[in-house]
Design a protein around this ligand. Structure first.
Ligand SMILES: Nc1ncnc2c1ncn2[C@@H]1O[C@H](COP(=O)(O)OP(=O)(O)O)[C@@H](O)[C@H]1O
Ligand SMILES: [Mg+2]
Length: 168
């Protein structure tokens, strides 16, 4: 299969556009979904997660759970918002006992997933965010596993052909 069919790229130009992208994903969410977010501080991981929450019908404010590792919100499905920013080591990630969430019936969104890739599910939707210019962010969303290809193809349908040459 052409690798490009597993990848969706989009440039967002405002935080609201990022939330809208997250909202699309949230409306497509199914029990057990895992979305791994990577990108520098301020890239828009929490902003994207707020959109996923919106797509799940969650109305309360979703903030970065940096100090608590995990916050749970109840929507159409439970949202488990995990932030590994403060993780000291991969071993620590393994000791946290996140598996009940990661392999549960809710939707897991993991910020700073690159800090613990090998203790996170290998089937996932990988969302990488890069800075472009000023408020522009390059999203590169990749399906790892058959379940997530469906999300990619639906995002492609929703957004149509996009100009993303400036994204690596
Ligand atoms: N296109 C954009 N998408 C997302 N956030 C943006 C965008 N342009 C500017 N911003 C700003 O970047 C910051 C993103 O913050 P946040 O989502 O908390 O990042 P992270 O969780 O990756 O550290 C916010 O201050 C937001 O207003
Ligand atoms: Mg954050």
């Amino acid at each position: 299969m052409n690798a490009a069919t597993n990848i969706f790229k989009l440039i967002t130009r405002t935080p609201e556009e990022t939330r809208e992208l997250g909202r699309h994903v949230g409306t497509l969410s199914q029990p057990g979904d895992v979305y791994l977010l990577s990108g520098n501080l301020g890239a828009g991981k929490t902003c994207f997660t707020q959109g996923v929450a919106r797509g799940l019908g969650i109305e309360e404010y979703v903030m970065s759970p940096s100090f608590v590792i995990l916050r749970e919100h109840q929507g159409r499905l439970p949202l488990y918002h995990i932030d590994l920013y403060r993780l000291e080591s991969v071993d620590e990630a393994a000791e946290l006992g996140l598996d009940d969430y990661l392999y549960g019936k809710g939707v897991c969104v993991v910020e700073w997933a690159e800090r613990a890739r090998n203790v996170l599910p290998s089937d996932n939707l990988m969302v990488h965010i890069d800075y472009a210019d000023d408020d522009e962010r390059c999203f590169r969303i990749e399906a790892n596993g058959p379940r997530y290809r469906d999300i990619i193809s639906k995002l492609k349908k929703a957004y149509g052909l996009q100009k993303t040459e400036k994204c690596s």
